[in-house]
Design a protein around this ligand. Structure first.
Ligand SMILES: [Zn+2]
Ligand SMILES: [Zn+2]
Length: 293
C-alpha cells in the first residue's frame, strides 16, 4: 500500500524538527508523498522540497492559515499547491509573523509581571531562528521549573483563559481564501472537529459557507478525528463535491503522541494526494507548482 501525509509542521512554525528532517522522517516511515503545512509561513518549503526531490518523495507546497471564527472553535485553512514565490503570500506571512512578534513581548511582559523571570533574548535563543511563539515560551517555563509540563504551561499561562494569554492575529476567512487562490493554491478546511460546532446541522452550514468562498477540500483523516468524524467529513465531501485530504498534524516532540503519517491510527491513501495534484493541474488559472519526481 501507498501512503502520504498532507498536514505537518516543522521548526519554521511550531514543530520541533527542521523541514529537511520532517522529509527524512517521511521517507523513514515509507511515505511516498508529503505536504509541509506550517502555520502562517512558507519559510520551510524550499528546504523541504529540495530534500524531497533528493529522497524521491512527491512534495506539495502547503501552508496552514488561522482564520477568525466564533469562540470556542478554531478555523484553520490549509492551502495546497501554493507558489512559494508568490508575493501576496510573502506579504501575508510577513504581516502575520510581525503580528506574532508583537505578541511575544506582550506575553513576556505579562509573565514578568506575574513573577516569572523570562526575557525576549531567552525566547530568541530557544526558537533558534525559527518563528518564535508560545511553544518556545512553554519550553523555557518548563526548563526553568515554573511548570512541570508543557501542557501545564498552556493551561496556567499561555493557552486561552491563561494568565498571560493574548489572542493571535487572524485573517477573515474570505481573505485567507483569496490569498490561497491568488498564490495558485487550493483551500482545504483543516480538522473540522476543531470548529467545535454544536451539531451536524451547524457543521453543515459552516462548510456550506466555506464552499461559497471557494473551498476545494476537507480534511477527513486527522489525529483529532475518530471513526464518526471521518464518516461525517466523508459525507460532507461527497455532498459538496470536495476533495478529501488527510494528515497527522505532526509537530515533532511538541505533540509527542503523534507520528508522521499516522493520524489516530489511520494512514492517508496516496490516491487522495493524487486527486489533489490532478485538480491543481487542471484548475484554470492555477500555475500548478507541484514538485513531482
Ligand atoms: Zn490546525
Ligand atoms: Zn496543523
Amino acid at each position: 500500500m501507498n501512503f502520504v501525509d498532507l498536514h505537518c509542521h516543522s521548526t519554521a512554525s511550531d514543530g520541533t524538527l527542521p523541514p529537511e528532517d520532517v522529509v527524512r522522517l517521511a521517507k523513514a516511515n515509507h511515505l511516498t508523498g508529503l505536504s509541509l503545512t506550517d502555520h502562517d509561513t512558507i519559510a520551510g518549503i524550499a528546504v523541504a522540497s529540495a530534500e524531497a526531490a533528493k529522497l524521491g518523495i512527491d512534495f506539495l507546497p502547503g501552508i496552514e492559515i488561522s482564520a477568525t471564527f466564533p469562540h470556542p472553535g478554531t478555523l484553520h485553512i490549509l492551502g495546497y499547491g501554493i507558489d512559494p514565490h508568490s508575493p501576496v503570500l510573502h506579504d501575508l506571512t510577513r504581516g502575520l509573523i510581525d503580528a506574532r512578534d508583537n505578541r511575544n513581548p506582550q506575553i513576556i511582559a505579562k509573565l514578568n509581571e506575574l513573577g516569572v523571570t523570562i526575557s525576549m533574548r531567552e525566547l530568541e535563543l530557544q526558537a533558534a531562528g525559527g518563528v518564535m511563539g508560545r511553544p518556545h515560551i512553554a519550553a523555557i517555563l518548563l526548563r526553568k521549573g515554573y511548570v512541570s509540563s508543557i501542557k501545564l504551561a498552556f493551561d496556567k499561562y499561555l493557552g486561552q483563559g491563561g494568565l498571560a494569554y493574548f489572542d493571535k492575529e487572524r485573517l477573515a476567512p474570505q481573505r485567507a481564501f483569496d490569498l490561497i487562490r491568488q498564490s495558485g493554491g487550493l483551500a482545504v478546511l483543516a480538522h473540522p472537529f476543531q470548529l467545535r460546532t454544536q451539531n451536524d446541522g451547524e457543521l453543515d452550514r459552516v462548510v456550506k459557507d466555506l464552499v461559497d468562498l471557494g473551498l476545494a477540500g476537507i480534511e477527513v483523516i486527522h489525529s483529532d478525528h475518530d471513526a464518526a468524524w471521518i464518516e461525517k467529513c466523508s459525507r460532507l465531501a461527497d455532498r459538496y463535491n470536495l476533495l478529501k485530504t488527510g494528515g497527522s498534524d505532526f509537530h515533532g516532540s511538541n505533540k509527542k503522541d503523534i507520528n508522521l503519517g499516522i493520524a489516530n491510527g489511520k494512514k492517508i491513501p496516496r490516491e487522495w494526494m493524487d486527486r489533489l495534484l490532478d485538480r491543481l493541474q487542471t484548475a484554470p488559472g492555477l500555475p500548478g507548482k507541484i514538485v513531482k519526481v
